[in-house]
Ligand binder design. Structure first.
Ligand code: SF4
Length: 420
């Protein structure tokens, strides 16, 4: 039984639950594709991988699940290589895999009917993440917003939160399994709690985790919407050394008219003010951000404002997405930017990102940092900066002094292993 994962950290966590549920339901010679639908390219790659798998393992049963299976169900059902298509609502449910083993049937349900998330927590189905030394923890799923370019809500439904008690229990399990860092993950994690009694905030959850899991050394917040960051979250960032000084922001663009046409909730000024406020409260903070290049109607002047926003906010890690029209989204019906221009702008943004990262790496020379070692001779400092760690034990935390960089990651001198 094999699970092939595409896309985000949420899919990585859910693939663990799939591996467990399908494996325990007797699915032997089965390949599960846990797909992503965020861009047309992601869907194309899934199809390509499915065809290749069918050629290389002709007897294997192919099951397709994930967001692409949810939003483009029939097109996957029409593929001769595909044995079954399972919706996002069922993929982590053991009963769904038992049903599939028994009668060969899988369902694709209406994700907007979902009211709870992360039920695999309760089952304790995820106490390790294959190949990961940082534990992704699904605290929220789905999204109530409807940004005009985004297909995600149609793949994952409306926002749902995992109860704080389940999150705390999950992180305790992961710590007991040797994980040192937990990464709070979801689709729109700043909306965590909105659907829970008393509507607690994400900041409240962070403080509860820190209080109830003293053995957790590092807590990282994955991507957030800066306009929805609550006071408790800001306070935890400012006062809790176990909260890592790194935030990845879903900014998308630097021009207010484009942000309006994207139906984003923040303005250019909000983004700049947020970064300045966080930096005042936590001076060692480092910011990453998502940007879309070539959104419909984006002029050269508008794009120039995206480029300079990266400077204004003092960003370091840029994730650049060339605009990809997703069928069924409002942005797909807007006047499109020519593909060549989309590609050129994405290239310009990536080049900006590389320059900002190199400047950040240069500033880190001589600094001390505690690196969580991952696989492949690489680790992550507290501020998420990559560090070359040849020969260090994955999962260990090592104190190092930065001696240089190669433009993409830090290099450090001799390093004693702090704890094996
Ligand atoms: S906030 Fe917007 S971009 Fe993010 S998942 Fe929701 S709809 Fe998509």
């Amino acid at each position: 039984m094999e699970v092939v994962t595409f896309g985000c950290r949420l899919n990585a966590v859910e693939s663990e639950a799939i591996r467990r549920a399908a494996g325990e339901s007797g699915h032997r010679d089965t390949i599960v594709f846990n797909t992503c639908a965020v861009t047309q390219e992601a869907v194309r790659q899934a199809r390509q991988a499915i065809r290749r798998a069918a050629r290389e393992r002709p007897g294997a049963r192919i099951v397709v699940t994930g967001c692409a299976a949810q939003v483009e169900t029939q097109s996957f059902r029409d593929m001769p290589e595909v044995g079954a298509v399972m919706g996002n609502a069922d993929k982590a449910r053991p009963q769904a895999w038992l049903d599939l083993a028994r009668d060969g049937q899988a369902r694709v349900n209406d994700v907007f009917a979902l009211r709870e998330t992360a039920h695999h927590f309760v089952a304790g189905a995820v106490d390790s993440i294959e190949g990961q030394t940082r534990a992704f923890v699904e605290v929220q799923n789905g999204c109530d917003h409807r940004c005009t370019f985004c297909i995600i809500p149609f793949g994952r439904g409306n926002s749902r939160s995992a109860p704080a008690g389940d999150v705390v229990a999950q992180i305790r399990r992961l710590c007991a399994n040797g994980y040192r860092e937990a990464v709070l993950t979801g689709v729109d994690i700043t909306s965590w709690g909105h659907d829970l009694p008393g509507a607690p905030s994400l900041g409240r959850l962070v403080k509860q985790i820190l209080r109830h899991v003293p053995e957790l050394e590092r807590l990282r917040i994955s991507s957030i919407d800066c306009i929805e960051a609550d006071a408790d979250l800001m306070d935890a960032l400012a006062t809790e050394p176990r909260v890592m000084p790194h935030l990845h922001l879903s900014l998308q663009a630097g021009d207010d008219m484009i942000l309006k046409r994207m139906k984003r909730r923040h303005s250019r000024r909000d983004a700049i003010a947020f970064c300045a406020d966080v930096r005042k409260a936590r001076p060692d903070v480092v910011f990453g951000a998502d940007f879309i290049a070539g959104f419909p109607t984006e002029s050269d002047e508008m794009f120039a404002r995206t480029l300079d926003l990266a400077e204004e906010c003092g960003l370091t890690h840029l994730h650049v997405f060339p605009f990809s029209p997703r069928p069924g989204t409002p942005a797909a019906r807007m006047p499109q930017t020519p593909r060549a221009l989309v590609k050129a702008r994405a290239q310009a943004l990536r080049a900006k990102g590389e320059a900002l990262l190199a400047a950040h790496l240069e500033r880190r020379i001589g600094a001390r940092c505690a690196v969580l070692v991952e696989r492949g001779g690489l680790g992550r400092a507290e501020d998420f900066t990559p560090v070359a760690m040849p020969g260090a034990a994955p999962g260990s935390i090592v104190d190092v002094t930065v001696t240089g960089h190669d433009g993409t990651k830090l290099q450090c001198g001799e390093f004693p292993v702090r704890r094996p």
